[in-house]
Design a protein around this ligand. Structure first.
Ligand code: GTP
Ligand code: ZN
Length: 356
């Protein structure tokens, strides 16, 4: 995908623009392999332009380290045809994706996010453990978390439920909202100010897209699992920094969407303590909770004690965690083999040297 270049934007015909050579402060709306798509940092709703990355794809931070740019980053761009990105500004905040294994580095999935909307539905009942986990992620990013409880129109006492959630969200504003009747949206809208970047995290079906569309005042995201086209999820396909109302923007990338869902086993056991407890009562230690006799988990589902949805959600996360653990194990095993190869090679060398 190619956007207009800065040259076409800032120059007319072949006369050199007076600002040619001056660096422009820009915000990354999409990071591709060889290039970034950027908008002026003081006009985040502007059309995106394409700017080339250095050959290694990395950019220098003020401290000299070279890192990949990500959505939301503030960069210096040298206009031209093509325009070039020259440097990365220090990140005010960073949403990081938990490393899959002990040896892999954290991945920054969004930079300079100001507000993390922790979106959770009121119907079915909110999952307090998930709210806590996402709040932890938000605090860690440096951004301000705000809890938004959706689908207030579907429950009799949304304010009472919000008060319960507020008990596990210390120091955080909790809003019960409905996009159907407009309940509670004004205080969330008040967060939208020029230059403010938000992310919405929360489980599938929580109503993130519906909420974002209500905040944007137009459909910027497909809702109800519908996709605007065969390829992408949002109706604006080319940018991952989506303009909302009031000059604010929403970061929406696959990385951010998945963030918090790369489950660390410990977090999983905490969030799903009920399933973990039930599983401990299954007859077989390696029970898969499908059709095994004496499965306490299936029994709990059949008796109504454990919602099927919660079991399905646990399965999904457990699969992710198992996958991450396998990948991490494979990486560790490969490193261990490499270490042994070095040890054996050194030993052979020593033996040869000692040989008469
Ligand atoms: N009654 C009611 N339904 C809502 C509300 N907000 C969202 N929904 C419905 O909930 C379903 C899921 O909403 P989405 O906005 O697609 O949820 P999402 O969090 O973006 O889901 P994913 O795209 O899977 O991450 C849709 O069928 C919406 O119409 C609300 O305030 N009230
Ligand atoms: Zn079982």
């Amino acid at each position: 995908m190619r956007g207009p270049s800065y040259r076409r934007r800032v120059t007319t015909s072949d006369a050199p623009h007076p600002d040619a050579g001056a660096l422009l402060r820009a915000r990354v709306v999409r990071a591709d392999r060889g290039a970034l798509h950027v908008v002026p940092d003081d006009d985040l709703g502007a059309d995106a332009v394409r700017a080339e990355l250095p050959r290694d794809g990395l950019l220098p931070l003020p401290d000299g380290t070279r890192v990949p740019a990500t959505v939301g980053d503030v960069v210096d761009v040298r206009p031209g045809d093509p325009a070039h990105v020259t440097a990365l500004h220090a990140r005010r905040t960073a949403v990081v994706r938990d490393s899959a294994g002990r040896t892999s580095l954290e991945q920054v999935v969004a930079a300079n996010v100001d507000v993390v909307l922790v979106v959770e539905h009121l119907d079915p009942d909110p999952d307090l453990g998930r709210v806590e986990r996402l709040l932890t992620l938000a605090w860690r990013s440096g951004a301000r978390p705000v809890v938004v409880l959706t689908k207030a129109d579907l429950v009799p006492d949304p304010d009472g439920m919000a008060a319960e959630v507020a008990q596990v969200a210390i120091g955080v504003d909790v809003h019960a909202v409905s996009v159907v009747d407009g309940t509670g949206l004004d205080p969330v809208r008040a967060l939208l100010a020029p230059g403010v970047a938000l992310v919405a995290v929360g489980p599938s079906g929580a109503g993130k897209s519906s909420l974002v569309n209500a905040l944007a005042g137009r459909d910027v995201m497909a809702t109800g699992g519908r996709r605007a086209d065969g390829r992408g999820r949002h109706t604006t396909t080319h940018r991952e920094l989506v303009p909302l109302a009031g000059g604010a923007v929403l970061v929406d990338t696959p990385g951010v969407r998945g963030v918090g869902l790369v489950a660390a086993p410990d977090a999983l056991d905490t969030t799903f303590a009920d399933v973990t407890d039930l599983a401990a009562r299954c007859r077989f230690a390696d029970c898969a909770h499908v059709a095994e006799p004496g499965c306490a988990v299936r029994e709990a589902v059949e008796s109504g004690e454990l919602p099927e949805r919660r079991l399905a959600s646990w399965r999904k996360l457990a699969r992710e965690a198992a996958y991450a653990a396998r990948r991490s194990d494979a990486r560790l095993a490969a490193e261990e083999r490499a270490r042994w190869r070095r040890v054996m090679r050194d030993r052979h060398r020593q033996v040869r040297h000692q040989a008469p």
